[in-house]
Design a protein around this ligand. Structure first.
Ligand code: AMP
Length: 285
């Protein structure tokens, strides 16, 4: 079933590309199975030219211009109430990569609020494709922009759930309480939803429960990634934003790696994705 927002997103995406406002970068896709779950590795040589920096560094630089306030109107999809905007990601490796930005400036890394989740549900409930929602919080999370934003990516059709979430769900965790799975070799704090009909209060409660557990163990300033699906929300504390030059954000924990060179591809196949995630995350002991 196609819903109203699907066609609006497709229309805005095509028009942004035609106007040169959205830059889609081709990639070669490989899949890699580890621990019985599948990861997607995209080889994107063009990314090698793109400088990366952390949100604070970026904001403190003299050249900083906030891309989300004001945003490029050609990337605008719609307002989500008065508090948020739905934008197209300017640099797409996966088509229809969406951003939910706060209408007023808020710092990336501030805890998510019920309004952030209402805006997210406003999008999820009006699209037909399954999405992974993610939030990169803190300097080591792999975030680059300092203005608060959540991100949505259509989930590849061949997977039911992002690999870490898939493994975690196989434990059949009790709902509404933090569950840690021995299948994942890095610290994580996940809460499964008791109901398939998601509400903003359900999401903020699950997120706050997971975040409370994470900060009580690793401190208020801990960087973390959040992956949200219709079944669960999982937070992954982070110690490093990259590994041997390979940038890792929430998408790594959600199952997608971007590689800029053949050496990086080789390194991933030699070391293994779970081992890399354990190094940029926090090990369980
Ligand atoms: P993050 O790197 O996790 O902070 O996410 C920020 C996202 O914003 C990146 O995926 C960028 O591709 C995207 N981005 C950067 N500049 C713009 C822009 N001017 N308009 C829309 N998206 C942008």
């Amino acid at each position: 079933m196609s819903r109203a927002l699907d066609s609006l997103v497709r229309e805005r995406y095509a028009s942004a590309i035609a106007q040169g406002a959205l830059l889609f970068t081709e990639s070669t896709i490989q899949t890699r199975k580890e621990r019985d779950v599948e990861f997607e590795i995209r080889f994107v040589p063009a990314l090698a030219k793109k400088p990366s920096s952390k949100p604070k560094e970026r904001m403190e630089s003299k050249e900083f211009i906030n891309p989300f306030l004001p945003f490029d109107k050609r990337l605008f999809v719609k307002s989500l109430g008065s508090s948020h905007n739905l934008l197209l990601n300017k640099y797409c490796v996966v088509p229809y990569h969406l951003l939910i930005t706060t209408a007023e400036f808020r710092q990336q890394g501030e805890p998510l609020t019920q309004e952030d989740f209402s805006a997210t549900l406003d999008v999820l409930n009006n699209t037909s494709s399954q999405h992974i929602v993610f939030y990169n919080s803190g300097e080591e999370s792999g975030a680059s922009q300092p203005h608060k934003h959540l991100q949505l990516l259509p989930m590849p059709e061949y997977i039911d759930a992002p690999p870490s979430v898939d493994l975690w769900l196989r434990d059949k965790p009790a709902p509404d309480t933090v569950h840690t799975s021995s299948s994942l070799p890095f610290a994580h704090f996940g809460v499964r939803f008791s109901n398939e009909t998601l509400t903003p209060s359900m999401l903020i409660n699950a997120y706050s429960t997971a975040l409370g557990a994470l900060t009580s163990k690793f401190g208020q300033d801990s960087s973390y990634n959040m992956v949200l699906t219709t079944s669960a929300i999982i937070l992954f504390p982070r110690s490093w934003n990259s590994w041997h030059g390979i940038g890792v954000n929430s998408l790594g924990f959600a199952g997608l790696f971007l590689c800029k060179t053949r050496d990086e591809l080789l390194l991933i196949s030699q070391v293994g994705i779970f081992n890399i995630l354990a190094q940029v995350g926090v090990t369980n002991n």
